[in-house]
Ligand binder design. Structure first.
Ligand code: FE
Length: 341
């Protein structure tokens, strides 16, 4: 009788473990990241841990809506974005739980961290100016604010206002100058545009190389990606006709944003989710990112790829808190719309 009792306990324990085991072989990501390097990264993680990574890709607002609608039934463990503002938004909707993990905390530099620990940066990037090496002198460039000046009339290209990178740049200007002054700036910038905004960041760099415009705004890693030849010979040749410039070096510094990750409050695979965050901040994974997407690494001791490091790594970074990008996003979106961006 005693033996049967023990057998039943063992059995239920075992079944319990078994069903947990099934669950614990996966981790589910909702990701806004759009880089080829990520798939390889997740494959490496699976090889290392045996944990399968399922990815749903969409833009951040769509993913946030989906998470809200799914509620308790959501399978998502992690939310990955290319923008601190959207992580902040997810935290404000109470979708995220705090991540307080020693390995993670020790590996992330303080200035790019969420002060409330609701999300963790994985990489960072600068939003820079790229200029024509035969029609523009470096000395003509200075700040983002200056891009609205009349001397740039008909010479600037930048992507649409619906783009997150632009929204966070403008939100950072709102944080520093207020809505009214930033709107006046946006009006000036729109009147300086060489064409109606279209295409991605690389398309803006191409436009400068093709002579359609003289300066473009784009994220730092795109120039290196194009120089690498990974996007083909035409883009590589175009990247060689332009030069990156880090705005604001005499003042506030260059606008920085992070690609980061938040753990969902209701995610079913918490342990696996933590393992994946730890992995993404490991030396192996950080080197993998640096060498494939050319973003700046978060982990100390890992260096940016030479194709981006050649333009300088010790540039002054704008210290405007990345969490303010979420706070001022609605103001930024509205003023850009009013400016016809
Ligand atoms: Fe990007």
């Amino acid at each position: 009788m005693k033996n049967i009792f023990y057998a039943l306990i063992m059995c239920s324990l075992f079944l319990g473990c078994d069903s947990l085991e099934k669950k614990s072989n996966e981790v589910n990501l909702y990701s806004q990241r759009h880089y080829a390097v990520d798939e390889l990264q997740y494959k490496n993680f699976t090889k290392l841990t045996g944990i399968k990574v399922n990815v749903v890709k969409a833009n951040a607002d769509e993913l946030i809506e989906r998470l809200k609608n799914e509620g308790e039934n959501s399978p998502a463990d992690l939310f990955i974005t290319v923008d601190a503002g959207k992580l902040q938004k997810a935290a404000e909707f109470e979708l995220l739980q705090k991540v307080n993990n020693k390995i993670i905390n020790n590996n992330v530099s303080n200035d790019l961290k969420d002060k409330n620990s609701f999300w963790v940066p994985i990489t960072y990037r600068a939003r820079i100016v790229v200029y024509s090496n035969d029609r523009v002198q470096k000395s003509e460039l200075s700040t983002y604010e200056d891009l609205a000046k009349p001397e740039w009339n008909g010479r600037v290209v930048i992507r649409k206002s619906s783009n997150m990178y632009n929204q966070s740049l403008v939100a950072s200007l709102v944080a520093n100058h207020g809505v009214e002054a930033t709107e006046a700036w946006a009006n000036g910038l729109v009147s300086n545009m060489a064409r109606k905004p279209e295409g991605n960041d690389r398309a803006q760099i191409m436009a400068v190389a093709n002579g359609e415009a003289d300066i473009a705004v784009a994220n730092s890693y795109y120039i290196a990606l194009m120089l690498s030849g990974k996007k083909g010979a035409e883009q590589q040749a175009a990247a060689n006709k332009v030069v990156p410039f880090f705005p604001g070096q005499g003042g506030r510094g260059t606008h920085i944003n992070v690609s980061g990750i938040g753990m969902l409050k209701l995610g079913p695979n918490r342990e696996n989710a933590l393992k994946l965050i730890e992995f993404l901040l490991s030396e192996t994974a950080q080197n993998h990112i640096v060498n494939n997407s050319f973003e700046y690494p978060l982990l100390e001791g890992v260096n940016p790829h030479p194709l981006i490091a050649q333009f300088g790594t010790d540039f002054k970074q704008d210290q405007t808190p990345v969490s303010s990008y979420g706070e001022f996003n609605p103001d930024a979106v509205k003023l850009m719309e009013r400016a016809g961006w």
